[in-house]
Design a binder for this molecule. Structure first.
Ligand code: TRP
Length: 387
């Protein structure tokens, strides 16, 4: 059996360096490793709509932003099929069949969905009159059924492509488990058609989740603590300049803390050995004898005292820009050819659909709902009815 990778993102915002470190960088490596037979990366617009019904423009705008982010980090349409979820109707069809294989109670146990519901203030306590309490309140936020069932639709996304490797973050583990259960159930009832996927978690746990520039646990649009892949160099510097470090590190000569210091967390994620030679000038200034050969040396100096936050941030800026500048350059090029980007997406959708529709043919056959294709069965039935 071939090695098939599939993963995707909800288009609810532009992608940031947390996405880059947590997933995009790895996807490009996987793509270029030549070890995989098929790679699918898709924009989960239908999933984004499950909690954005009022906001179709936002989702639409972010479809193109995410596509630009994909191309700019180096996903290559010649090697990776990039497509848009809603354009593959087979996924909706498969989700509908899968709904019969999952119980409401099972969905209610999904910890990620539970958390996400709490985060969005969804509340479905049903009162005596049959109305959800949230519907009576001003905010009127009950859980949309589509949102509640998105793990099922996600299982369809994965299995329609017979993907066996799904690179995602830890929070997606319950979705992959759900998909595996559905596959086992489907195959046991209808015969061996679908493939059980394996999760591929990020390698480096320090990279699992890059904190926001304010030091808060997560980069998030609503907290305004993200560095976007599409930020200008000036934006990046402004954000790095204002970054959270060690609040106790007041004077350059003071000893500083490395743990919990966001600048060091980012350096851990982005700094490479060659950066010390390349950017040694960033340290020229107050102490021209300042030279480092490894991140460990920088950390030791910071801990001992004598390394100022500004100098450190200047270095981080150079390190980040080493990765971000080429991404930004590629993005600028694609931004000048938006019709070309849509063409690429359309071609990706065409390829993706060909594969999904092949799987659905097998699914319908296994489920005995391929009424018009099974000539033999029609013949047999005709015979049995003939007097
Ligand atoms: N739920 C994923 C996210 O929020 C996006 C997604 C949808 C996905 N379908 C998928 C990821 C299938 C991997 C496989 O990031």
């Amino acid at each position: 059996m071939g090695k098939v990778i599939l993963t995707g993102d909800r288009p609810t915002g532009r992608l940031h360096i947390g996405h880059y470190v947590g997933s995009l960088r790895r996807r490009v490596e996987l793509q270029n490793s030549g070890k995989y037979d098929e790679i699918y990366v898709f924009i989960a617009d239908a999933q984004a709509l499950t909690d954005n019904i009022d906001n179709p423009e936002k989702v639409r705008q972010n479809v193109i932003e995410v596509a630009l982010d994909y191309l700019s980090v180096g996903l290559d349409p010649a090697k990776t099929t990039i497509f848009i979820q809603s354009q593959i109707p087979e996924l909706t069809e498969l989700s509908f069949y899968f709904m019969d294989l999952v119980t409401v109670a099972r969905l209610q146990r999904n910890p990620t969905v539970k958390q996400e519901m709490a985060l969005r203030g969804f509340n479905d306590n049903i009162d005596g009159d049959g109305k959800a309490s949230a519907e009576k309140a001003d905010n009127k936020k009950g859980t949309p059924v589509g949102f509640f069932t998105y793990p099922i639709s996600q299982a369809a996304d994965i299995t329609a492509f017979k993907a066996n490797i799904v690179p995602v973050g830890e929070d997606q583990e319950p979705m992959i488990e759900q998909a595996r259960e559905i596959v086992r159930k489907f195959n046991s009832v209808y015969g061996d058609v679908l493939v059980e996927p394996e999760i591929l978690l990020p390698e480096n746990s320090a990279c699992l989740r890059l904190p926001g520039t304010d030091g808060k646990a997560k980069m998030s649009k609503s907290l305004g603590n993200c560095i976007y892949l599409s930020d200008s160099a000036e934006d990046v510097w402004e954000k790095v300049r204002g970054m959270f470090t060690d609040p106790g590190h007041l004077q350059v000569s003071d000893p500083g803390k490395v743990e919990g210091n966001t600048v060091f967390t980012y350096l851990d994620a982005f700094c490479r050995p060659e950066h010390f030679e390349k950017f040694k000038d960033a340290f020229v200034g107050k102490k021209s004898s300042f030279e480092f050969h490894s991140l460990d040396e920088v950390k030791a100096q910071y801990r001992a005292g004598g390394l100022g936050d500004m100098m450190l941030k200047k270095f981080l800026y150079e390190v980040l820009e080493d990765t971000l500048a080429p991404i930004r350059e590629r993005r600028a090029k694609y931004e000048q050819d938006i019709p070309g980007v849509y063409k690429m997406l359309e071609e990706g959708c065409r390829k993706a659909r060909a594969k999904a529709s092949q799987t659905l043919d097998e699914v319908r056959k296994a489920m005995k709902i391929n009424y018009f294709d099974d000539k033999e069965l029609i013949e047999q039935q005709a015979l049995s009815f003939r007097k």
